[in-house]
Structure formats: structure tokens, C-alpha cells
Write a protein that binds this ligand. Structure first.
Ligand code: ADP
Ligand code: MG
Length: 255
């Protein structure tokens, strides 16, 4: 099993958020997670990534055959986990190019691979940037500082394509994006996708899923998945809204 989350209970400031949450993801799969605000989607993303603001009360997360309970954020990233933030933070004073090179080298070093020198990294970065339509000038700027919504997304995708993660989690990366920026995200994911890597896409929008074509769609409510299906589930939610969706689901369950 590539990623196995079993009966995970997690809380923040002693408020229980994830409630016996379970999910299995195989290599090469795209899973979409939907659900109303407050259902625990961002908590799930943060807990998988290893954000220490959250407390795991019980349950397990097995990633690439390792129980990652004791792994910190950096160790999880070295294993191939990547979290794209809902609201990327600005880091003044830290420029993109040296930051990404340090991140990649730290990963290579951890995997006992040869580190990449300045020259070859610049080449790699320029190549990836031009594929994503990123202006070379942007690579000299500090992380996210003064970036537009679309530029922040481009940068997230650039970071992902440099680190080449085994499992990428997108937490509402689509929120507030215009159609061009949405295309950057979906094209970036399509370009990176292969049979060995997987994606968890947290979203409210069916439109995004039309481009990305997830293998599974899950609906989360009160800290757990209450329904799984294919893309048609996203269509149903869009047409019915969550309220009617819950209503019809509970009605259907009577039979
Ligand atoms: P979603 O991403 O599905 O909207 P979240 O994971 O962000 O949901 O939040 C789940 C619940 O956790 C919400 O009810 C939210 O109010 C609560 N929550 C988030 N952060 C904190 C916090 N620091 N203290 C207490 N409750 C929190
Ligand atoms: Mg959220």
C-alpha cells in the first residue's frame, strides 16, 4: 500500500477534528476530497504533512510502508510528500532560486544521491520555469512576496515539479483562481502525473475535476469520509448542494 490512513483521530487545541478517518491511496491514483467548510479537509492535509500544531490522538498513517507517526515535516518531505497550501505564505528575504536549490539538494542528500551544482540547477530551473510560462525575472524574487494569485500558483507548481514528489496534496489550491490560473494548476498536475506518483486534491469545484479526472471522489463530513465514488459524485454535489446531498443520502440509506 502506497498511503494507508487508518482510523485516524486528530485534534487541534483539544478540539477533535478527524474522527476515525480512513483512506487508502495506491501509486498512480488521483483522489479528490470534497466536503463543506469545517469538515476537516485542511486538518487532514496538515496532519499528513506533519504540521505539529495538530495532535494525533490515535490511528496510523503508513506511507511507502513506513509508519510516519514519528517523522517530522522535513523527513516526510524527503520521503516524497508535498503539500501545496491553500494560502501560500510570503517569505521576505528568501529568494526562490537558492531556496529551491537547497530544498532539492536536501532531498538528494537524504536519498544518498549526488547534489546538484549551481549551474545545472539554474538550467533545470529555467527549463521547468519556461514549461510553466514563468518569467525568468520571477526566479530572482523572494518567495511569494507581492505575487498575484496566479503567480503564487505557478510558483507552487514550479516547486512541485522541481521536487518531483511521490504524493502531492493540494488544499483548495483552486480557490479564488481565474480560469487561466486554474489551467496552470491542472496542466502542471497533468504534466507531472505518471504511474508512480499520486495526488490528493481537496476542492469545492467540479470544474477542476473536469480537467484533472480523479480516479476517486470522496465526500468528507465531520472528520471522516462518508461517501466515496467516481466523478459523478462531484456532479451530484454540484447540482444538489451539500444539504440536499446529505438529505438524499440518508433517505437512500433507509432502503
Ligand atoms: P475544512 O478545511 O474542511 O474547511 P478545517 O480542517 O480547516 O476544515 O477545520 C475543521 C474544524 O477545525 C473547523 O470546525 C475549524 O473551526 C476547526 N479549527 C481549525 N483550526 C482550529 C484551532 N486552531 N482551534 C480550534 N478549532 C480549529
Ligand atoms: Mg480548508
Amino acid at each position: 500500500m502506497f498511503l494507508k490512513i487508518k482510523n485516524l483521530n486528530a485534534s487541534i487545541d483539544s478540539t477533535k477534528i478527524l474522527n476515525d478517518f480512513s483512506l487508502n491511496v495506491e501509486e498512480g491514483e488521483i483522489h479528490a476530497i470534497m466536503g463543506p467548510n469545517g469538515s476537516g479537509k485542511s486538518t487532514l492535509a496538515n496532519v499528513i504533512a506533519g504540521n505539529e500544531d495538530y495532535t494525533i490522538d490515535s490511528g496510523e498513517i503508513i506511507f511507502k510502508d513506513k509508519n510516519i507517526f514519528d517523522f517530522n515535516i522535513e523527513e516526510r518531505s524527503h520521503l516524497g510528500l508535498f503539500l501545496a497550501f491553500q494560502y501560500p505564505i510570503e517569505i521576505p528575504g528568501v529568494n526562490i532560486t537558492p531556496f529551491l536549490r537547497a530544498a532539492l539538494n536536501s532531498k538528494l542528500k537524504n536519498n544518498n544521491e549526488k547534489e546538484i551544482d549551481n549551474l545545472n540547477f539554474s538550467k533545470l530551473l529555467r527549463e521547468k520555469a519556461s514549461q510553466l510560462g514563468i518569467d525568468i525575472e520571477m526566479l530572482k524574487r523572494p518567495l511569494n512576496v507581492g505575487f498575484s494569485g496566479g503567480e503564487k500558483k505557478r510558483y507552487e507548481i514550479l516547486q512541485m515539479s522541481i521536487l518531483n514528489p511521490a504524493l502531492s496534496i493540494f488544499d483548495e489550491t483552486d480557490s479564488g483562481l481565474d480560469i487561466d490560473a486554474l489551467k496552470i494548476v491542472t496542466d502542471g498536475i497533468s504534466n507531472l502525473k505518471n504511474k508512480n506518483n499520486s495526488f490528493i486534491i481537496i476542492t469545492h469545484y467540479r470544474k477542476l475535476l473536469d480537467y484533472i479526472k480523479p480516479d476517486y471522489v470522496h465526500v468528507m463530513k465531520e472528520g471522516k469520509i462518508i461517501k466515496s465514488g467516481d466523478k459523478s459524485l462531484a456532479e451530484k454535489i454540484e447540482s444538489e448542494g451539500y444539504k440536499n446531498f446529505w438529505y438524499y443520502e440518508s433517505w437512500r440509506n433507509l432502503f
